[in-house]
Design a protein around this ligand. Structure first.
Ligand code: PAF
Length: 328
């Protein structure tokens, strides 16, 4: 039997197509997941804990493709991608989130949480669950809380121990109205900036400093561009594990359960990572030459925020702040 050249080409193309659709079926539906830092970070821990669980629980019906280190853009772009459905999943800090879900800004109030345990109890309780549910009204599906730790201040100008030392320091802050208000009240010059621009801005000296948890300091090796580290622990930094509504609406109930359970596992993995890095990260920063101030006058920092606290109480409700403070 003889086949024309055209038939042969067509049949091998069909065979290829068949093969590729088989491969696609075997590989599972692709889930693009984006996050700001490297895979070997608390963001990576959350994303891998999440993806590993979902892939296993669904028998590989889904296959995650990781985009670490802001490969899909800054957090604002990532959140917009979720809303548009161009990105299926993301792990983001609350830095940019309150521009989308205003109520989430309450967790960004400085000195609101006493310690990691307090923050975890609040977020794992009714308050945190209700807050996650509010994301739906803004075109986002929030499945679980993750964690970065408490934010501390670093800079290249001088030692910061007291509030007066903040005067005039050009500090990069996240694009977050609560943080901007607080840093202004502390006497600094807050400069909102997307994370992917921060390291080069520190290198070039267009900003003097930044503030982030030890988990970020170590994974971004900020000692390469910063001299002084002040353990201000001025604000707790959670993160949120999210999926896009268009993706979510295409899932059946079992798949939704797998994504939700997996997100919770991922969130826990980020907390475990933070527990570890908090133990040894400051020492690592010292070893890399950072001058660390561990006796910051935190009470004075809190006092300097009395006025902004009046605004925060008006915006988020005094009762909400009291309920959070009263949580054990
Ligand atoms: O500072 C920020 O923007 C955030 O804490 C992080 C994680 C570094 C980037 O989202």
């Amino acid at each position: 039997m003889r086949f024309s050249r055209r038939t042969l080409v067509a049949s091998s193309a069909a065979a290829l197509l068949g093969l590729s659709s088989l491969t696609a079926a075997a590989a599972g539906k692709e889930v693009k997941i984006g996050y700001a830092l490297a895979q070997a970070s608390h963001f990576g821990a959350a994303a891998q804990g999440w993806s590993g669980y979902v892939e296993k629980a669904t028998n590989n019906a889904f296959q995650f493709k990781h985009f670490p280190s802001s490969a899909l853009g800054g957090e604002r772009e990532l959140i917009e991608g979720l809303q548009l459905g161009t990105v299926e999943a993301a792990v983001v800090s609350t830095g940019a989130l309150s521009n989308f879900v205003a109520d989430v800004g309450v967790v960004d109030i400085p000195f609101l949480f006493r310690d990691l345990g307090h923050a975890r109890n609040v977020l794992d309780g009714k308050f945190g669950t209700d807050l996650l549910a509010k994301f739906q009204q803004r075109g986002l599906i929030a499945l679980a809380w993750g964690e970065q730790g408490f934010r501390h201040l670093s800079n290249n100008k001088h030692v910061v121990k007291n509030v007066a030392d903040m005067k005039g320091l050009k500090i990069r802050v996240t694009e977050n109205p609560v943080h901007i208000t607080a840093f202004r009240a502390l006497g600094a010059s807050p400069t909102p900036m997307s994370w992917p621009e921060v390291v080069s801005a520190l290198q070039q000296g267009t900003i003097d400093g930044q503030e982030n948890p030890i988990s970020v300091l170590t994974s971004a090796k900020l000692w390469e561009v910063q001299k002084h580290l002040s353990l201000t622990a001025h604000v707790y930094a959670p993160m949120v594990l999210l999926v896009s509504p268009s993706f979510w609406n295409g899932l059946n109930a079992q798949q939704k359960a797998a994504f939700t359970d997996g997100a919770k596992i991922g969130g826990k993995a980020s907390r475990t990572f933070v527990d570890e890095v908090e133990k040894k990260g400051v020492e690592e920063a010292r070893k890399h030459g950072m001058a660390v101030v561990d006796n910051v006058d935190r009470a004075a920092f809190r006092k300097a925020l009395d006025k902004p606290y009046e605004q925060f109480a008006k915006k988020f409700g005094q009762k909400t702040l009291d309920d959070i403070a009263a949580t054990k």
